[in-house]
Design a protein around this ligand. Structure first.
Ligand SMILES: Nc1ncnc2c1ncn2[C@@H]1O[C@H](COP(=O)(O)OP(=O)(O)OP(=O)(O)O)[C@@H](O)[C@H]1O
Ligand SMILES: [Mg+2]
Length: 454
């Protein structure tokens, strides 16, 4: 059919010319018939060759398109009229093949970069539906992805991005699966990504930074408050001594005593703060020198002696016989012991027993399954209600502020212990029962396990 149409197309005009020439009497009947027959024969042959070539060429192009390796070698016996065209096509494909491979490689690299980015990232199509989400987004939001995208502030940032074609941001607080502060950036993709993505949403978790910011603000507020109280009292007494009590030596003596106490309190607070920041500075490098804990224990027991006598407290020391040396900072471990004993003295019972033990950890799951030593201090004081225990190592956290302040506490002792034990890669455990007493234990890892030879 195509052959006939093409042959008619080729032979049509010359045939019509022959008909006119015959009708006009310029050529005779026989010559006209002969010319027409020749024209039709040539037209049919040309059409046949042309169609055959076209068929071969289209097969060739089809093969080039489907052949991934672009190694198609067309028989040169193929197209007759269009041989040059087929050769050019083959050349074109060969030139374009590496470019296509490069484009594919870049596309894969882009996909991989998005997939591996540490921040959660969601690709949106033009209709705001999720095209894909990277590994971090799947891990962070999983099934909650749709709920996150429905957040009114994020939705409005997405709408603004699509209408303005500019980057828009939003600060979100996501309530599920746990409360998180997230900074969202919606970036338009112009031109769109290979998969049709028209915008990407990058969600950076800022929860930790917010917590740190809040902690810093609380810390400054706490320090100022702790310093302001004794400072206000000092200023008050100075004014009293200069004014109403100017001629009252016994009152002056009493006030000076209180002022000295307040001054000492401020001094203690500043010492504690400085030692906390010093410990934090070295927290990333654990100590390596082996020390003998027995020396520290005996020194500490001696220094607490006067306070014990005053409060009629008995110190029961129980140290394991085969105590190995531990890699520790002697001054810092002394501070840990001092803070533990100080609490036992301050919050323990008058006339009670304070226990100080250093033992190999008993079997069980309380401590890490590695060689270590456990230092414990126990008292028979009023104990600590359960709900306070997890917060005791926070700076300035006190169960009973009034009582702690009355006994000279600043609320930093356990925070200092925690940081020192962190630096030693150890663990801290506070156990308490209201009305019975409190035991504070620290586990220190052993790096050198041979018994100490004296
Ligand atoms: N052995 C204990 N018995 C009862 N309560 C305790 C005991 N140890 C600590 N606490 C409670 O925990 C709080 C925090 O203790 P921490 O040692 O950190 O601070 P502090 O003793 O108040 O002050 P500082 O140790 O800085 O002088 C205390 O205020 C107290 O309420
Ligand atoms: Mg204390």
């Amino acid at each position: 059919m195509r052959l006939l149409t093409l042959a008619v197309g080729i032979a049509g005009v010359p045939s019509l010319a022959v008909v006119f020439l015959t009708l006009g009497g310029w050529i005779g009947g026989w010559p006209a018939l002969t010319i027409t027959a020749i024209v039709w024969a040539v037209a049919t042959l040309t059409a046949a060759i042309f169609l055959h070539d076209l068929q071969l060429l289209s097969e060739f192009v089809r093969r080039l398109a489907t052949d991934e390796t672009h190694s198609v070698r067309q028989r040169r016996t193929g197209p007759i009229i269009m041989e040059a065209l087929s050769r050019d096509l083959e050349h074109l494909v060969r030139v374009l093949a590496p470019r296509a491979a490069l484009v594919e490689q870049l596309r894969r690299a882009d996909t991989l970069i998005l997939e591996r980015l540490p921040d959660p990232l969601i690709v949106l199509a033009g209709d705001r539906s999720v095209r894909r989400a990277n590994a971090a987004a799947r891990a962070a939001f999983g099934g909650e992805m749709a709920a996150v995208l429905r957040h009114p502030d994020l939705r409005s940032a997405i709408d603004r991005t699509f209408s303005s074609r500019a980057v828009q941001t939003a600060e979100l607080t996501l309530p599920v699966p746990m409360e998180r502060d997230v900074h969202a950036s919606v970036v338009p993709m112009d031109p769109p990504l290979a998969d049709g993505g028209q915008a990407i949403v990058v969600l950076s978790d800022r929860t930790r930074e917010r917590v740190v910011e809040r902690m810093r603000a609380d810390f400054v507020a706490n320090v100022s408050h702790e310093l302001r109280t004794p400072l206000a009292s000092l200023i008050g007494f100075i004014e009293t001594i200069r004014g109403p009590a100017a001629d009252d030596p016994p009152a002056q003596k009493r006030f000076l005593g209180i002022m000295a106490e307040q001054g000492a309190r401020m001094n203690r607070l500043i010492d504690d703060l400085l030692s906390l920041s010093r410990i934090e500075l070295t927290e990333h490098q654990p100590p390596s020198d082996p020390i003998d804990l027995r020396d520290i224990v005996s020194g500490m027991a001696a220094s607490f002696e006067p306070r014990m006598v005053k409060r009629n407290v008995h110190l029961a020391i129980d140290v394991a016989e085969d105590l190995p040396r531990v890699a520790a900072d002697a001054d810092q471990i002394a501070q840990v012991l001092q803070n533990m004993l100080d609490n036992a003295m301050k919050y323990g019972r008058d006339g009670g027993v304070v226990g100080l033990t250093i033992q190999h950890p008993a079997g069980g799951s309380r401590w890490p399954n590695r060689p270590g030593l456990v230092i414990s201090v126990s008292d028979q004081g009023a104990g600590i209600p359960k709900e306070h225990i997890p917060r005791l190592t926070e700076r300035f956290y006190r169960v009973d502020k009034g009582r702690s302040r009355a006994v000279g506490g600043t609320g930093l002792g356990l925070a200092i212990i925690k940081h020192i034990i962190n630096r030693h890669r150890g663990q801290l455990l506070i156990e308490s029962e209201v009305g019975i007493g409190t035991t504070v234990s620290v586990w220190l890892p052993l790096t050198q396990t041979q018994p100490l030879t004296r």
